[in-house]
Design a protein around this ligand. Structure first.
Ligand SMILES: Cc1ncc(COP(=O)(O)O)c(C=O)c1O
Length: 445
């Protein structure tokens, strides 16, 4: 049997701030050694890596991925139930069960399932009345889907900065934009840069960390703004004692394959107002007026989740707290290991937030994040940069925005590292070792 982590590779290590270069020749030679390794546990303890010689050889053919779904519960049983019963479309009972159990989990009055998180955002904007030629405060630091959804309804984003400590929409940045660029006309807040009313804001709880919702809700109350929370990455994240996604007028979740709770692809939408949930459900099923009359009273969408996805969702929800606990335990190990590491900052929840730690996030203080990513990749540890800021995408480069220095600095220096529930303790040790060694060699003062 081949060693499970047997592609021995050598980290290109630089001394004191000198950029590392990948020693491909050495890698080629060591790959030959790897091929002859047949031990599933070859005895090298990766935690000793930081003190090992330059030519230390590690064991890696299996990538440590950024996210792997955990499907170890009732997922298979419930999906088989769908297949055997023939209920595979969106009228199956798992769909309504998943909606009601999810609503109970996040403590929302009602939940509406969707085919994905982007569809949930689209329906949230439609249902809460955000319309064409409205402006919407949105963070430049988020996945592009948040911003695209605003454009789907014909509204426009107004990009503002994020907070250093939450990575989410900054209340100070919004207030500064209002002070510098807005006027009150009648009951409307008008953006002087566009001459359009600003009617909504979209806080995004990026990477499973909650935004500063009290302050954002105060701004929303002051200026009569609708609040659509993008909690796509934040299932199970608590802002104080409340689930992220349930504080504003509407909240949206994603169950994409890389999310903590996954249905392969899927989404959920929750509302404060039960009537909004009914409207969203109606729109999600082509705005049908009756079961068999083929009447439709609006332009609707085919956005409802199907029974197979929902069956997986019900099973995932049964274990969601265990999955979060595992991710938090992995983060705690990172936190212990990195606390004295000068040059690398682990992003950690605020005292008032319970993060789900969807991804591990590290900020490189004195080294290039691209070098860090290359080194981790050379060790078969999958990492990724933060998204390009939305105002840099060609379709959004003319969008009005306030200054975004925090988002720019974070985007440059921050890298996502694996923190998923399927990681073994050994995997966590290997990530710690690689990060530590990189920092020791590249971030010295
Ligand atoms: C912040 C954010 N918003 C929206 C989405 C869109 O969700 P989906 O991929 O399920 O459409 C995602 C992720 O995938 C996301 O990370």
């Amino acid at each position: 049997m081949a060693c499970s982590r047997d592609a021995l590779c050598v980290v290109p290590v630089a001394q004191h701030g000198v950029k590392p270069t990948i020693n491909r020749e050495l890698q080629r030679r060591t790959q030959g050694i790897a091929a002859s390794c047949h031990s599933p546990a070859c005895g090298r303890n990766p935690t000793t890596l930081t003190t090992a010689p330059e030519s230390y050889l590690r064991h890696h053919t299996i990538m440590i991925h950024l996210s792997i779904p955990s499907l170890a519960g009732n997922e298979e049983r419930y999906v088989l139930d769908c297949l055997r019963s023939g209920w595979i479309s969106s009228v199956g009972s798992y769909v309504t069960r998943f909606e009601s159990e999810f609503a109970a989990y996040v403590n929302a009055p009602a939940a509406v399932s969707t085919v994905n998180g982007t569809a949930a955002l689209h329906l949230a904007l439609l249902t809460t009345g955000v319309k064409a030629n409205d402006d919407v405060f949105a963070p430049t630091l988020t996945f592009v889907a948040s911003i695209n959804a605003i454009r789907y309804v014909g509204a426009y984003p107004v990009f503002v900065d994020c907070c250093d400590e939450t990575l989410g929409l900054s209340p100070e940045a919004i207030r500064a934009y209002i002070r510098d660029h807005c006027t009150i006309r009648g009951k409307s807040l008008v953006n002087r840069k566009t001459n359009r009313p600003i009617t909504a804001m979209m806080p995004v709880h990026v990477f499973g960390h909650a935004c500063r919702m009290d302050e954002l809700m105060t701004i929303a109350d002051d200026y009569n703004l609708t609040v659509i929370e993008d909690a796509a990455e934040a299932v199970g994240c608590l802002y104080r004692d409340t689930h992220a996604g349930t504080i504003g007028h509407a909240g949206c979740y994603s169950f994409n394959g890389n999310k903590l709770l996954t249905t392969g692809g899927g989404g959920m939408l929750v509302f404060r107002d039960v009537d909004c949930a009914e409207t969203a459900r109606h729109l999600s099923t082509q705005a049908r007026t009756g079961d068999d009359t083929f009447g439709h009273d609006q332009i609707g969408y085919n956005y409802r989740m199907n029974n197979i996805q929902a069956a997986i969702g019900v099973a995932q929800l049964e274990r969601v707290n265990d999955m979060i606990a595992r991710k938090r335990a992995i983060h705690a190990r990172y936190s212990d290991a990195f606390q004295d590491l000068d040059g690398l900052q682990l992003f950690t929840e605020q005292a008032w937030c319970r993060s789900n730690y969807w991804m591990g996030l590290v900020r490189l203080l004195r080294a290039s994040s691209a070098d860090f990513r290359r080194t981790m990749a050379a060790h078969d540890i999958q990492v990724r940069p933060i998204w390009q800021l939305n105002h840099t995408h060609p379709m959004y480069e003319d969008v009005p925005r306030g200054p975004t220095p925090a988002a720019e600095a974070i985007q440059q220096s921050t890298v996502c590292i694996p923190c998923h529930q399927a990681m073994s303790d050994q995997d966590v040790s290997e990530v710690i070792t690689c990060c530590s060694r990189f920092v020791e060699r590249n971030c010295c003062l």
